[in-house]
Design a protein around this ligand. Structure first.
Ligand SMILES: [Zn+2]
Length: 68
């Protein structure tokens, strides 16, 4: 099994006791070419868009109230 750190480009056959990079301590390690730490799932981006849309609507209503 080989490991590849994505933070400091460490390559080697062992990690520290926590399974992190022994060179820089990062958990962002590739194991045998596969990502050990999965990137966060994408659906959150949709939630963020929804929250921003609601804020825009709220700001629009507030501006409308202030103008009228
Ligand atoms: Zn590292």
């Amino acid at each position: 099994m080989s490991y590849h750190c994505r933070q400091c480009s460490y390559r080697g056959n062992r990690l520290d006791e926590r399974g992190y990079c022994p060179a820089c301590g990062s958990p962002d390690i590739h194991i045998g070419g596969r990502a050990a730490v999965k990137p966060p799932p994408k659906p959150r981006k949709r939630q963020l868009v929804l929250v921003i849309a609601l804020w825009v609507i709220f700001a629009g209503l507030l501006a409308y109230k202030l103008v009228s």
